[in-house]
Design a protein around this ligand. Structure first.
Ligand SMILES: NC(=O)C1=CN([C@@H]2O[C@H](COP(=O)(O)OP(=O)(O)OC[C@H]3O[C@@H](n4cnc5c(N)ncnc54)[C@H](OP(=O)(O)O)[C@@H]3O)[C@@H](O)[C@H]2O)C=CC1
Ligand SMILES: CC(C)CCC[C@@H](C)[C@H]1CC[C@H]2C3=C(CC[C@]12C)[C@@]1(C)CCC(=O)[C@@H](C)[C@@H]1CC3
Length: 327
């Protein structure tokens, strides 16, 4: 039976590389590229069909940062497919990033240097804003839109006798200290990206608790540091090109510098071949690349408070009720 796979943010970076790898692995797939920009989505679809001419690749218009778009896209998905086997929740943003250079140079000469390069802890802040639904944009895009999508697609992913999978592209930048259960949307802080990624880690755990019995299994991954539009938004591209040799050198000391989207998609691709019952719901699966360029996936335990994950889940359900009422 052909598998149905939906990928959000599929038109570039890690999402597009994942699609390429999945089609190479399984030519029978029905792949749905969920993109907010139809032109960029069409370009990605054409590129995939150039290398996999017999593949089934569909396009879906989806802006995960907009409640109305998520509801409309979910209706469309329900009309097109009768089940979803894999839901890759990969779309993500980090708007207006700012690097604390002082912290960077301090970190460079500290014992924490490897961790700094792997997680960017203490280095990055962002400026967030409200979107047209009155939600914080980073929270709405990286977390809530995806949550709403899962809720809408429950008839396709929670089916008796059938297993479906949700995979979140999280980050090693996800940090407990950046998240507050009193301020889910991170209105008052300056690390909305870290907060939203930590929330996705918790939500994955809560989804497993609530939905495993209905056949839905959730996992989180970190792709490592990958050169994509997201990272090109942090520093100008000429700077990245300039320091690229240094980055390849750093790879000798840290396996988290995966650098290419193909390498970054390693854990996403690896999960595709795994039996969900064999996975650890408390683990984050990291894409890693050795100094010699070998890719592999490693499970690392997440720092998660199960009680807080439950509170987050119920708060998201409550917010869902509020936005549905508005719609
Ligand atoms: N690059 C890295 O080092 C790391 C990335 N990640 C995560 O990986 C994921 C993919 O990012 P990456 O490939 O790096 O960056 P890209 O910017 O290349 O990809 C992000 C994708 O998400 C899409 N997207 C953004 N906002 C929305 C929206 N509102 N609705 C629908 N799609 C949207 C983008 O579409 P569009 O082209 O229209 O903008 C794009 O296709 C993100 O979740 C990111 O947080 C995690 C750790 C490290
Ligand atoms: C390598 C150079 C000489 C200097 C580069 C310094 C920083 C720009 C990078 C060091 C660690 C990087 C990093 C990220 C962004 C760029 C750095 C801060 C991320 C936050 C990108 C998005 C993610 O989700 C994380 C996993 C990355 C962690 C490391």
């Amino acid at each position: 039976m052909e598998k149905v796979v939906l990928v959000t943010g599929a038109n570039s970076g890690i999402g597009l590389a994942l699609c390429e790898r999945l089609l190479t692995e399984d030519g029978q797939l029905r792949l749905c590229l969920a993109c907010r920009n139809t032109q960029r989505g069409e370009a990605a679809r054409s590129a995939l069909l150039t290398s996999h001419s017999n593949a089934h690749v569909d396009l879906l218009h989806l802006d995960v940062g907009s409640v109305q778009s998520v509801l409309a896209a979910a209706q469309e998905v329900k009309a097109r497919y009768n089940r979803i086997d894999f839901l890759y929740l990969n779309a993500g943003i980090m708007p207006n990033p700012h690097i604390d250079l002082k912290a960077f140079f301090r970190g460079l000469f500290s014992r924490n240097v490897i961790n700094m390069f792997a997680t960017a802890e203490g280095l990055l802040t962002q400026q967030d804003q409200l979107n047209s639904d009155g939600l914080q944009e980073v929270f709405a895009t990286n977390l809530f839109g995806h949550f709403l999508l899962i809720r809408e697609l429950e008839p396709l992913v929670c089916r008796a006798g059938h297993t479906s999978r949700v995979v979140w592209t999280s980050s090693s930048n996800a940090r407990r200290s950046a998240f507050s259960i009193e301020d889910l949307q991170h209105r008052d802080g300056s690390e909305p990206y870290s907060s939203s990624k930590y929330a996705s880690d918790m939500l994955s755990l809560a989804l497993n608790r609530h939905k495993n019995s209905q056949g839905l299994f959730s996992s989180v991954i970190c792709p490592g540091l990958v050169m994509t539009n997201l990272t090109y938004g942090i520093l100008p591209s000429f700077f990245w090109t300039l320091i690229l040799p240094i980055m390849w050198l750093i790879r000798i000391f840290t396996n988290t510098f995966t650098l290419t989207p193909h390498n970054g998609a390693e854990a996403l691709h690896w999960l595709f071949g795994q039996n969900p019952e064999s996975l650890d719901p408390r683990a984050k699966y990291h894409s890693l690349t050795s100094g010699l360029g070998t890719n592999y996936t490693q499970a690392r335990q997440m720092d998660i408070d199960e009680e807080m994950a439950e509170v987050l889940y119920s708060k998201l359900l409550e917010l869902e009720r509020v936005v549905r009422k508005k719609e």
